[in-house]
Design a protein around this ligand. Structure first.
Ligand SMILES: [Fe+2]
Ligand SMILES: [Fe+2]
Length: 491
């Protein structure tokens, strides 16, 4: 009897305690159910005057966007697209596109259901022949601590270039593209994200193998994307520059249909500057610099960039900073294309693989190389791989300023210990303006049938490249690779 009483007391106590603990949780859910999270405003063209808003709610809700100018007056002339609200991975995704925003205006927007809202700002551009932007890549974090380090890098970038028109993020936002990681990303980057236009690039960690993650995280102009299952290719104008964003998850790098799209896209602009954002970089000495997926881009992507007068290709993926001299189809050429591998903005950093030089890329191509971690091979000083500089240990960001015929890129590292930014590289490009001509005015969309046929050819061409070009060179480097593993423990 005594035991029975004890059991009843115990059960009642547990029920009471659980109700005490569950009550606030229920209130939290009620509070946050319709509150927007993961808010982003993506650049969709026309000098930032077309913006794709995307946000998430825990519960199904209306998708309402309001727009106000600096004086607080509602922007009357803007057009809002029909809202999209769809279930995704247990949450509700909302997308609305605003177009015809007024030029050179600080636009304050709210997103939400009208009652539960989040506010942010974007600055639209005008007709100026100039543009400034920030580029980061490979935050690729899983923990709150590492997302916070990535966000600190971006905050430092805004200190260096406060009036940037947009931020290009060259991919690998998260490590595993899970709800938990995107929420951690939002917790660290959310406030920042609500203050600028974003041009996101799909990385291999952003949902490769799990369809639709990337396209569902952002509201992008997919009207000319060759497919949207594992990333998005799109383009936009800002100032006197045209930007194309590629998806390197497409047939393991950039599919033939996407290369055709890029060629047409770059031929359909007369902007002075042509810049490509990509994830997998063709020129690298990091750990991924020995695999055929990215290396094939040295054969395929470079051809299109050469033919269409692209000035600069900025990518990520290999978590070290490497800038090439101007190249035309794997040859030094002062009128060629500059390829920049952006260092990682996060905390996962790769050493240089010296054994790769000469096999997959000539040393003479390198104009700047900085490894962001201590120990072996901190930077390339022109003759020596083993120079070290403790100040290099930190997250990397790039600022780009274009005015007329001059482009200036500055690369920085935010020191882990010093919390100070250190400039690690400067690139200046000059050109005559007004020389690019529009040579393509047709339809640049890809039919499903054309994509299917093109993707089969893409895989076949990657296989052919791997067997005939990559494999002989890889086999030749195996002895050096074994030496590197034995001596430096780097593969
Ligand atoms: Fe990465
Ligand atoms: Fe990557």
């Amino acid at each position: 009897m005594k035991n029975a009483k004890r059991i009843v007391c115990l059960v009642l106590s547990v029920l009471l305690l659980s109700s005490l603990f569950s009550a606030p949780a229920a209130a939290d859910t009620a509070e946050t159910g319709n509150s927007p999270v993961r808010v982003s405003a993506c650049v969709a063209g026309d000098n930032g005057r077309t913006v794709g808003f995307c946000w998430y709610t825990a519960e199904k809700a209306d998708s309402v966007v309001t727009l106000r100018d600096e004086s607080g007056t509602a922007i009357a002339g803007a057009t809002l697209s029909d809202p999209v609200c769809e279930a995704w991975e247990g949450l509700w995704m909302h997308k609305v596109t605003a177009s015809n925003l007024p030029a050179e205006t600080l636009v304050t927007y709210t997103v939400g259901d009208g009652a539960n809202t989040v506010t942010g700002t974007v600055k639209t551009g005008g007709a100026a022949d100039s543009v400034k932007f920030i580029e980061i890549a490979d935050v690729q974090a899983s923990s709150a601590e590492n997302f916070e380090k990535g966000a600190a890098t971006l905050r430092a970038a805004f200190e260096a270039l406060p009036d940037a028109a947009f931020v290009a993020n060259c991919g690998d936002f998260t490590n595993d593209s899970t709800n938990e990681e995107w929420d951690l990303y939002d917790a660290s980057f959310g406030e920042l994200n609500r203050g600028y236009l974003l041009a996101p690039v799909s990385g291999n960690h952003d949902g490769f193998g799990v369809a639709n993650w990337f396209n569902n995280m952002f509201n992008l102009d997919t009207s000319e994307s060759v497919q949207t299952k594992n990333g998005v290719n799109y383009s936009f104008d800002y100032g006197n520059a045209h930007f194309a964003v590629l998806n390197t998850n497409d047939c393991l790098n950039v599919s033939r249909p996407q290369l055709k799209w890029l060629k047409n896209d770059m031929n359909s602009t007369d902007k002075d500057w042509k810049i490509v954002f990509i994830h997998k970089s063709p020129y690298t000495l990091g750990k991924d610099g020995k695999w055929p997926d990215a290396l094939q881009l040295q054969k395929t992507l470079t051809k299109v960039c050469d033919e269409t007068n692209v000035d600069l290709v900025i990518g990520g993926h290999d978590h070290q900073y490497l800038r090439t001299k101007p190249l035309t189809h794997n040859r030094l050429d002062e009128n060629g294309v500059t390829y920049l591998l952006s260092g990682t903005a996060g905390s996962k950093r790769y050493e240089v693989r010296e054994f790769l030089a000469g096999h997959f890329m000539k040393k003479q191509f390198i104009d700047a190389l900085v490894v962001q971690k201590g120990g072996y091979g901190n930077y390339w000083n022109g003759t020596d791989w083993k120079s070290t500089d403790e100040n290099n240990i930190g997250g990397c960001y790039n600022t780009v300023e274009i005015t007329g015929g001059k482009l200036t890129l500055n690369a920085y590292i935010l020191g882990d210990e010093s919390h100070q930014s250190k400039k690690i590289d400067t690139l200046t490009l000059t050109k005559n303006t007004g020389e690019n001509k529009i040579t393509f005015t047709g339809d640049n969309t890809t039919s499903k049938a054309a994509y299917t046929a093109g993707s089969i050819l893409s895989y076949a061409s990657l296989l052919f490249y791997t067997l005939t070009n990559w494999l002989p060179r890889f086999l030749a480097l195996v002895p050096e690779l074994i030496y590197s593993v034995a001596v430096y423990d780097t593969f």
